[in-house]
Design a protein around this ligand. Structure first.
Ligand code: BG6
Length: 505
């Protein structure tokens, strides 16, 4: 892909830096991080100079490291490798033993050497692309090796990037935080939620707060209910080890679904700055009405996929997937009816749905408005007038659709629903940043707006932990695990949860 000069990224981070990736021989590095860094490089989006140091337990030479990443780029279908050799010259490799202080001392010495050689001024990002169990040890070792202290011993700034899961409940999230804070200050910690970095997710705030026509009606007076859906066709793939322990609530709700909810429901911050925006997101979590744990079935439906057909192909059920317990009770689908106890949202249900092996890959937010308070057309048409609906399509279709009533042309008064359609890509000619490119860029610029702050994580767990505990105790008793066919829209009970107020799929 040849990118014309005028469509390259406008913002290139100013500070030179070294990006140290732990877990460099793993999947995340080859599938997401290095392709993202390479694309940024091709789009002139990386600072100059920049050095990338891969670290892992595997012994390999620099050349083997570079070759393996090149093969991964080719496998991912990245056709334009014309600048690969330039980029590869910035890739270095260092094997590290994660629980060994001498090994981290050795790493520190190598990083200082690279700083002197490439003039990266001691600025460093430490990216933990490793299993979460290793986060505490690596963070501690970075600290012990003196690499987290900013402005000392040849260091410039130091930032650490962690991926979800941030703990598996409130208690473990607090423990992880304590360990991270043993070496890093809050402003040095970047907790990724790749959903926040999706263009269309960021557009929610622009739509709401850069237009004056939506905000006045964005409340309980005009909105009947809101549906937030993140449906996937993929199954558990090769991640049974992780997913069996996580399930859909930890995997999708604690992070991505909560953020989509917060952006949809939050109040306008006074300025578009990380802490102002994060303060408002956190207030939404604080206002979440706790679930009545003795009546969970009225608010949550959990499901697990059975065998079925996706894209014309037969696929196995969850319990038949490699590595999954044949009697597993892990939910792969959940729908929750959530309320936010504040003036804006009192009484408006938010239906949050996410599941694997559903009919279609689809992430969207539907704002369903109330019906007209009085229909002057009722003598002609009866009472029934379809209410307005605003759909924010996040993926794969990046769209905004507004549905409203018009008169059908002709002598008689007949209404028809029409849709005003905006396609996010239609006018845009520049390069597209994928979510990982965006978060890496923001981290290099020290901008926290797209990242979780610890108080948000705690509140999100505070809301979900009692549900998880109840589900884990009660599955099969107070709350059931409903089977659903792969390729369907989830269990029937999930439709019934919405059907109670007349919501249809
Ligand atoms: C990840 C989950 O965070 O998000 C995965 O761990 C899920 O299970 C993925 O498939 C979905 O992300 P996206 O961007 O494909 O919607």
């Amino acid at each position: 892909m040849n990118i014309p000069a005028d469509t390259r990224l406008a913002v290139r981070p100013e500070d030179p830096c070294t990006i140290v990736i732990f877990g460099a021989s793993g999947d995340l590095t080859s599938r997401k991080l290095v392709p993202a860094l390479y694309n940024l490089y091709v789009n002139d989006g990386l600072p100059e100079p920049v050095v990338i140091v891969g670290c892992s337990r595997t012994q390999m030479t620099q050349q083997q490291f570079r070759d393996s990443l090149k093969s991964a780029l080719v496998a991912a279908g990245n056709a334009d490798l014309s600048r690969w050799e330039d980029f590869a010259a910035r890739l270095h490799y260092k094997d590290v033993v994660y629980d060994s202080s001498p090994s981290f001392k050795d790493l520190a010495a190598s990083l200082h050497r690279l700083d002197r050689q490439f003039h990266t001024r001691g600025n460093r990002i430490f990216y933990l692309a490793v299993p979460p169990l290793l986060y505490p040890k690596i963070a501690e070792m970075i600290g012990q090796a003196g690499l987290s202290r900013e402005g000392e011993n040849g260091n410039g700034w130091a930032r650490i990037v962690v991926e979800k899961p941030f703990g598996r409940d409130l208690k473990t999230a607090l423990q992880l935080d304590q360990i991270l804070h043993g070496s890093f200050k809050e402003k040095q910690i970047f907790r990724i939620d790749h959903y926040l970095a999706k263009e269309t997710v960021q557009n929610i705030l622009v739509l709401r707060f850069a237009n004056s026509i939506f905000e006045p009606i964005w409340n309980r007076r005009y909105i009947d209910y809101i549906r937030i859906t993140a449906a996937e066709t993929l199954g558990v793939e090769h991640r049974a080890g992780y997913y069996e322990q996580a399930g859909v609530i930890r995997d999708m709700f604690q992070n991505h679904m909560m953020q989509l909810l917060a952006l949809t429901a939050m109040e306008p911050p006074s300025i578009f700055e990380a802490d102002w925006v994060r303060d408002e997101r956190v207030k939404v979590f604080r206002a979440l009405r706790p679930f009545p744990v003795d009546r969970l079935d009225e608010n949550i439906v959990l499901g697990q996929y059975g065998p079925g057909i996706i894209d014309g192909k037969e696929v196995p059920g969850y319990r038949q997937e490699p590595g999954v317990d044949p009697e597993s009770m892990t939910p792969t689908f959940a729908r929750m009816k959530v309320f936010i106890d504040n003036w804006r949202w009192q009484g408006v249900p938010f239906f949050l749905t996410s599941g694997k092996r559903l009919s279609k890959k689809l992430t969207e937010i539907i704002i369903q408005f109330k019906e007209v308070p009085h229909s002057m057309f009722r003598t002609l048409l009866g009472e029934d007038i379809t209410a307005n609906r605003l759909t924010l399509g996040i993926q794969p279709d990046e769209v905004i659709n507004l549905t409203f009533q018009t008169k059908q042309p002709g002598a008689k008064v007949c209404l028809q629903s029409v849709t005003m359609h905006f396609d996010y890509q239609q006018e845009y000619k520049g390069p597209f940043l994928d979510a990982y490119e965006k978060v890496l860029l923001d981290c290099m610029q020290g901008d926290h707006i797209l990242f979780w702050r610890q108080d948000g994580i705690e509140l999100s767990w505070f809301f979900l932990t009692p549900i998880l505990e109840q589900c884990e105790i009660c599955l099969g008793r107070m709350i059931q695990l409903h089977p659903y066919k792969a390729g369907s829209w989830g269990p029937k009970a999930a439709q019934e949860l919405m059907g109670a107020i007349g919501v249809t799929e």
